[in-house]
Design a protein around this ligand. Structure first.
Ligand SMILES: Cc1cc2nc3c(=O)[nH]c(=O)nc-3n(C[C@H](O)[C@H](O)[C@H](O)COP(=O)(O)OP(=O)(O)OC[C@H]3O[C@@H](n4cnc5c(N)ncnc54)[C@H](O)[C@@H]3O)c2cc1C
Length: 372
């Protein structure tokens, strides 16, 4: 398809910067670009009728890391990198909360809880023993210690001891994205939905080739397609992973007060009003979950249902109202990628399972680099 003269003249116009992907990272980058240079024309291209990655499909935990996960990360990538990443997540959350206020985010400082299986006593013990060290290393986050030992809430058939995180909360991803889209519109950022990009060509004025065949160009291009990034930039060390969730019908009594992490965050559950959202299980889905295709599978959904009925809401008959999935971008290191991949073409991707905490900061840093 070819654009008409009228479309080119008014609906598209000349672009200074094209951002690909209207998730949290892409939209915060676009906002920051416009804030730094209001005269610049910014175009965001999104393949879906709505953003179709993770930002509108996630669980809304504003997580910075639970001890079980941090200890595993320390073993894999060392203490310094792990603590720096926690600090970065925490600062990222503050940036998100100052960009959009807590009401707009549907943010609630509930704290967070890591729970353990009864048979994971040794793991629980090593986490509990590490708390003074973890709290000391993370003391710059605030006066209150990050982690404290407590009880797993009544009704959960898990080890009775749990670890609470005072710096975590829950938000409403739909509200967050709605507020970002509204802000972008108010600032005059153009967003085209249903505009999948098929290929890129780096250069003095890089080209963005749409799936429909038309080519757009700009001074700079930012790829913020996260789990889908290798479709456009195959050289990036990132792979897509699917995460599935389910949501119950409203319960007569809400048992959950905070967000919960289980098995180093591979499972998570939280209250959503009177409902419970439960997700994860990608470690059990095997190779089938290493995909950039949205979809649901029986093994993962059955495991989530089992967890719901045996652990989260034992003995309760609960209807499942909705199920969906989203795509994460992960890699060998738990660190986002921000770099110029081809002349004029930058990537800001690989946010892992904690993109809410990292997305705003990464988007803003990407914008600063692009204009820097
Ligand atoms: C089920 C689930 C639960 C999660 N829970 C949490 C949580 O509780 N807390 C947390 O911090 N993180 C969570 N995450 C991770 C978090 O949602 C992501 O890290 C974050 O949203 C990534 O934001 P992004 O903008 O970088 O990427 P995305 O939101 O994935 O945005 C990328 C966008 O690019 C678009 N796109 C892709 N290819 C193209 C193309 N060729 N042309 C045009 N557009 C394209 C996609 O449609 C998408 O809208 C979860 C993820 C999932 C899937």
């Amino acid at each position: 398809m070819r654009f008409s003269y009228w479309e080119k003249d008014r609906l598209l116009g000349q672009q200074d910067i094209i951002v690909i992907g209207a998730g949290l990272t892409g939209l915060t980058a676009a906002l920051q670009l416009k804030k730094r240079a209001p005269q610049q024309h910014i175009l965001v291209l999104e393949r879906g009728a709505l953003p179709r990655g993770a930002s509108t499909r996630n669980a809304g935990f504003t997580c910075i890391g639970a001890p079980g996960e941090l200890l595993a990360d320390i073993e894999q990538q060392g203490a310094a990198k792990t603590f720096a990443l926690v600090q970065r997540r925490y600062e990222g959350l503050q940036r998100l909360r100052s960009l959009l206020d807590d009401d707009a985010l549907g943010y609630c400082a509930t704290g967070g809880t890591e729970v353990f299986w009864p048979e994971a006593q040794a793991h629980l013990r090593s986490c509990v023993e590490a708390l003074p060290w973890l709290n000391d290393e993370l003391r710059s986050l605030g006066k209150v210690p990050v982690y404290t030992c407590g009880k797993a809430s009544v009704g959960l058939a898990l080890a009775p001891t749990a670890i609470h995180n005072a710096y975590e909360g829950l938000l409403h991803p739909g509200k967050m994205m709605q507020a970002l889209l509204k802000r972008a519109e108010l600032m005059g950022i153009k967003i085209l939905f249903g505009a999948p990009v098929a290929a890129l060509e780096g250069g003095l004025r890089p080209n963005v080739i749409l799936k429909e065949g038309e080519t757009l160009s700009a001074e700079r291009v930012l790829v913020s397609t996260n789990g889908f990034a290798r479709q456009l930039l195959p050289e990036l060390d990132i792979r897509p992973v699917r995460n599935q969730v389910l949501l119950t019908a409203p319960l007569s009594k809400q048992a959950l007060k905070t967000g919960y992490h289980l098995e180093q965050g591979y499972f998570y559950f939280r209250p959503v009003g009177q409902r419970v959202l439960l997700g994860g299980g990608r470690n059990e889905g095997g190779a089938a979950e290493e995909t950039d295709q949205l979809g649901l599978t029986k093994p993962v959904q059955s495991r989530l249902e089992q967890l719901l009925s045996e652990v989260v809401l034992p003995g309760q008959e609960v209807a499942i109202e909705q199920r969906w999935s989203g795509i994460l971008g992960v890699g060998p290191e738990k660190r986002p990628i921000l770099k110029e991949c081809q002349p004029g073409i930058w990537a800001a991707v690989r946010l892992g399972g904690m993109g809410i905490a990292l997305g705003t900061a990464l988007g803003q840093e990407a914008a600063n680099q692009l204009q820097g």
